[in-house]
Structures are given as structure tokens and as C-alpha cells.
Ligand binder design. Structure first.
Ligand SMILES: [Zn+2]
Length: 260
């Protein structure tokens, strides 16, 4: 029986609004403790500045079999930078990764999905194996971020399946169908709707790539979203889905690099 691959990915960066790192020091360890019960390996897209700040932490995750990939140097938006500036930042991020983890990075996700053609060229040049920045068929991006309409129209019509975006680089898009398969949807949808939402995502995506942020796992003092749709309910719902899927042979949890 062909199994459907499901990757749980976490963009690991400074906390939204405050710039603190409690998502990493407090939120993720709590979630990992729960996730370990299901023996799943996660993919962390980490900014190089965070790798440099917590080297032992990420070495331990790497040792445990989780994937550590890159999420920019300091969570910059790449589409507004010059080619020269983009390359400088990728080069530095790759150097930091190699210094911390003693190997080369395979995966990359641009902060705020800001991957454009130039960035893709640079990722190939620095021998990354895949990019996971695109969210095709994501209406939310087009509706709520009209300033970036041009870039995201390209993303909108890109393939929902894994494909070679250059000769040596795969694009492994995050899953989406009108709404991306992301923490915000888990916050907003009531628990009974989560399996329905998963079914829709599964029907329209071959590999299933979910993403959340490190700060989704903590109380965000200044966030209206966290007040209305609190993080602890998000955690409850994601664990609920993991538990459901882990009981079924049809699904297997993978790291994104396992899909190459
Ligand atoms: Zn991010």
C-alpha cells in the first residue's frame, strides 16, 4: 500500500512582536516531549542567528534524528534585497550552519515565503538540495498581502507537487488548498473540523507539509490572535491529528529531506 508522507515543519525564529526566544527555550521542548511519544521526526527551519545562539540545542535535535534546515540569516525578507545582498546572507547562513552542525544544509525556507527567482538561483549555487518556501493555491496570501501580489501570484500558480525548480534544486512546497496547512488554521478551526481540513489538504496535495512557528507554542503577550485562538488549543489540536494519523498505516511521518 502506498503511504502518504506527512512532514511536520517548524519555522524556528525569534518570538513574534517581542524578539525574545521563549518559543525555542520553553515552547518547543514541551511540544517535543509530547511528540516523542509518537516517535516522529520533525523538520526545523532555523534562522542562522538562532543556530549560532543555541548551538548545543540544535546539535541535540540533529542527534535525535530531526532535520535542521535553514530559514534565512536573521529572518529577512529576500524578495526586497538585491542579488548581491541575498547572496551575502545565504553564504553567511550556510557558513554558520556548517560551523554549528559540522555538515552542509540541505533545506531552506525563505522567511515570509519571500523566495523569488534570484534566491532560487543562489540556493542552487550554494548546493542546497531543496527549497520549501512556496505555498501554491493559497488565497490568504493574495487577499491579505496585496503589496506582494506579483510575487505570490507566481507562487499561487506553481505546482502543488514536489518538482525540480532548477537542475539541482527541488521545490517541496508547503501544502495548501485555499488555506495553507498551517498553525493559524489549527488555531481557528474547532477540533472536530481538523480531520475534515486534513482530508481536503490530502485530496489536493501528494506530500503533506504542515508548518508552524516556534512562537506558536508559547503564550504571546502582545498578540490578539493568541488571545482569541490560544496556543494551548493549537498544541492540543496538532497532537490530536498526530495521534490520529500515527494509528493509521496509510500515513508515515517524514522529515522534508526524506522526500528528496
Ligand atoms: Zn519565519
Amino acid at each position: 500500500m502506498a503511504q502518504t508522507s506527512v512532514a511536520i515543519t517548524i519555522d524556528t525564529e525569534k518570538d513574534l512582536h517581542t524578539g525574545t526566544s521563549f518559543g525555542i527555550t520553553e515552547g518547543l521542548p514541551l511540544f517535543l516531549e509530547k511528540a516523542r511519544k509518537y516517535n516522529i521526526k520533525l523538520t526545523f527551519f532555523v534562522t542562522a542567528e538562532i543556530l549560532e545562539e543555541f548551538p548545543e540545542y540544535f546539535r541535540a535535535l540533529d542527534y535525535e534524528g530531526h532535520e535542521i534546515a535553514l530559514h534565512g540569516l536573521e529572518h529577512e525578507r529576500f524578495d526586497i534585497l538585491s542579488y548581491f545582498e541575498k547572496e551575502k546572507r545565504i553564504k553567511k547562513a550556510v557558513e554558520i550552519y556548517e560551523k554549528v552542525l559540522f555538515k552542509k544544509p540541505k533545506g531552506f525556507r525563505a522567511p515570509q515565503h519571500s523566495a523569488d527567482k534570484e534566491l532560487i538561483t543562489i540556493l542552487s549555487k550554494y548546493k542546497l538540495a531543496y527549497d520549501s518556501s512556496y505555498t501554491p493555491f493559497n488565497v490568504i496570501q493574495l487577499l491579505f498581502f496585496p503589496k506582494r501580489f506579483k510575487l505570490w501570484t507566481k507562487h499561487f500558480f506553481s505546482s502543488r507537487k514536489k518538482y525540480k525548480i532548477t537542475k539541482s534544486l527541488y521545490e517541496i512546497p508547503t501544502s495548501s488548498f485555499l488555506m495553507p496547512f498551517v498553525s493559524l488554521a489549527f488555531r481557528v478551526f474547532p477540533k472536530p473540523l481538523i480531520p475534515v481540513y486534513f482530508k481536503v489538504i490530502r485530496a489536493f496535495n501528494r506530500e503533506i507539509i504542515f508548518y508552524a512557528h516556534s512562537w506558536d507554542f508559547i503564550k504571546l503577550g502582545n498578540s490578539r490572535i493568541d488571545k482569541i485562538f490560544p496556543h494551548y488549543l493549537f498544541i492540543e489540536k496538532i497532537i490530536y491529528l498526530i495521534e490520529k494519523l500515527s494509528k493509521r498505516q496509510k500515513f508515515k511521518f517524514v522529515r522534508v529531506e526524506d522526500l528528496i
